[in-house]
Design a protein around this ligand. Structure first.
Ligand code: NAD
Length: 480
């Protein structure tokens, strides 16, 4: 069998120790790998490279398209960028996959039946880092959710469920509040879901969904989440399994895959020989499935499960009466290698198809061009008086085709007929609409802004308001 080239980095803290264990297991199991090593993390940051990765390392990643990565220590303080975020974005790794499984009765857990997979969108949402200080008092972050982004991740979740014998996909959003951004994520989940009638599908509001993951995780199978909720819920789920040290994770895109442990570099136990290498070993199992060596992946996964069943446990999961042998990283690794070829007796035996390789994703659906019509504009400005005073000043500037419809503060309507009790910060949003629903020209908006500017109005932001096939591309303010 031809060797598959991969890029590997040993990382920081316990990284080199757990990578050493993982490489020993991969070799003993007969994984066919041609490994290129790169350096990432602390040493690279300290050479003054803010991304934590040298330019030359990208050449290796682009060549192999597969990255087996140990955790790194992210330096605290200004100027340094998260290496994980940089790699995810640079290589378009749009899906983060995290199986969260409890190993009852061999590892102590409050949730014996837990066996779920979190699929988190990895590129969009509030992680765009587009933030503004709109006024002295007000900060704003932009939440970006795109249709192609939703389609890719929803399709990935359904394809993943199909390929891995899962039965149900649950999407979680907050679309009762964020009707447009989360609304799109939910809507596209429903649309793509129609192509997978064999899979059970449901949607939950994220707050109750996250609570149920913590209290009753056995009800879930695959959970699909936008980026920020995915970040939070995947940590809750990993914690609930009872063993953060046991989780592997993959970040995959159309062309690239990055495989790692869920946990960090654990500097508190680095160099002591006690770290649990399981997370990275299971990350490498996901890598083997991705590169088409499913038979080797099954061999390692089953040997690992048998090791856990036989009670070989590292310190952080060792429990008197449940565990049998308290082992360090090396003895644990030895126990896994000795069990290659064995299968677990109580825990479920894993079987990955040999040679299946990375999931092939169908192309995006063709775009249907909608009719776009500009109907108004929202202008933000700094103001220290009352909303009524602001309205009076602005009314003197409106031109014949743009009427002031409402003023809001922090999303709540404060004019006309605002509530006297509403607290106002110093940034106001003024909504102007075309008179009698007429289309608005850019030149009319510019003329209005010019008049307001001459009246000494301090703009902070403007957003055009459009209709898409007759449907509003903007929400109403609370109380509007
Ligand atoms: P951590 O996951 O490194 O450690 C949390 C706790 O879990 C510690 O007590 C640690 O000893 C223990 N632990 C973690 N992995 C273990 C293992 N394999 N075996 C036994 N015990 C284990 O989280 P942290 O302390 O918040 O972060 C430490 C560093 O790791 C930080 O610099 C952080 O930025 C970085 N980090 C990196 C990644 C990554 O590279 N993917 C992910 C998370 C955190």
């Amino acid at each position: 069998m031809a060797k598959t080239p991969i890029t590997m980095a040993r990382g920081d803290g316990i990284g080199p120790e757990i990578m050493d264990s993982t490489l020993q297991v991969l070799e003993a199991a007969g994984a066919q790998l041609d490994i290129e090593e790169i350096e990432i993390g602390k040493a690279v940051y300290e050479r003054g490279i803010p991304s934590g990765i040298e330019d030359s390392s990208w050449d290796s990643l682009r060549r192999t398209k597969v990255f087996l990565k140990a955790p790194i220590t992210t330096p605290q303080g200004g100027g340094f960028k998260s290496l994980n975020v940089t790699v995810r974005k640079s290589l378009s790794l749009f899906a983060n996959v995290r199986p969260c499984i409890s190993y009852h009765p061999f590892v102590e857990t409050d949730h014996p039946g837990m066996d779920l997979v979190i699929i988190r969108e990895n590129e969009e949402d509030l992680y765009g880092g587009i933030e503004y200080r709109q006024s002295q008092d007000v900060m704003a972050s932009l939440k970006i959710i795109s249709r192609p982004g939703c389609e890719r991740i929803a399709r990935y979740a359904f394809e993943y469920a199909k390929a891995n014998g899962r039965k149900k996909v649950t999407c979680m959003t907050k679309d009762n509040i964020m009707k447009m951004s989360d609304g799109l994520f939910h809507k596209v989940f429903d649309e793509i879901g129609e192509e997978y009638p064999e899979l059970e599908q449901d949607h939950m509001i994220i707050d109750i969904g996250a609570a149920k993951v913590a209290s009753d995780p056995s009800r879930f199978d695959v959970i699909l989440l936008p980026n920020l909720y995915g970040d939070i819920v995947s940590d809750i789920a990993a914690e609930v399994t009872g063993s953060v040290g046991l989780g592997g994770s993959s970040n995959v895109g159309a062309d690239f895959g990055m495989f790692e442990a869920v946990h960090g570099s654990a500097p508190d136990i680095a160099g002591m020989g006690v770290a649990n290498p399981s997370g990275l070993i299971l990350g490498s199992v996901m890598m083997l499935v991705h590169i088409g060596q499913g038979d080797v992946a099954s061999k390692i996964h089953n040997a690992w499960l048998k090791t856990i069943e036989d009670g070989f446990h590292t310190g952080e999961i060792f429990r008197q009466g449940v565990s049998k042998h308290k082992v360090g990283s090396q003895d644990f690794t030895k126990a896994v290698i000795e069990r290659l070829g064995s299968v677990p007796e109580t825990l479920a035996v894993q079987k990955y198809a040999a040679g299946s390789g990375a999931m092939v994703m169908p192309p995006l659906k063709p775009v249907v061009q909608e009719k776009i019509e500009r109907v108004g504009v929202d202008l933000n400005l700094t103001w220290h008086g009352t909303a009524d005073e602001l309205a009076a000043k602005v009314q003197a500037c409106v031109n014949d085709n743009l009427a002031l419809q409402m003023i809001s503060n922090r999303g709540v309507k404060v004019w006309p007929n605002g509530q006297p009790d509403t607290f106002c910060a110093d940034n106001y949003r003024l909504r102007f609409m075309g008179v009698d629903g007429s289309t608005v020209k850019t030149s009319q908006v510019i003329a209005l802004m010019d008049r307001m500017n001459k009246a000494d109005m301090n703009f902070t932001k403007s957003v055009m308001l459009n209709m898409f096939d007759g449907k509003a591309g903007f929400t109403k303010a609370q109380g509007e």
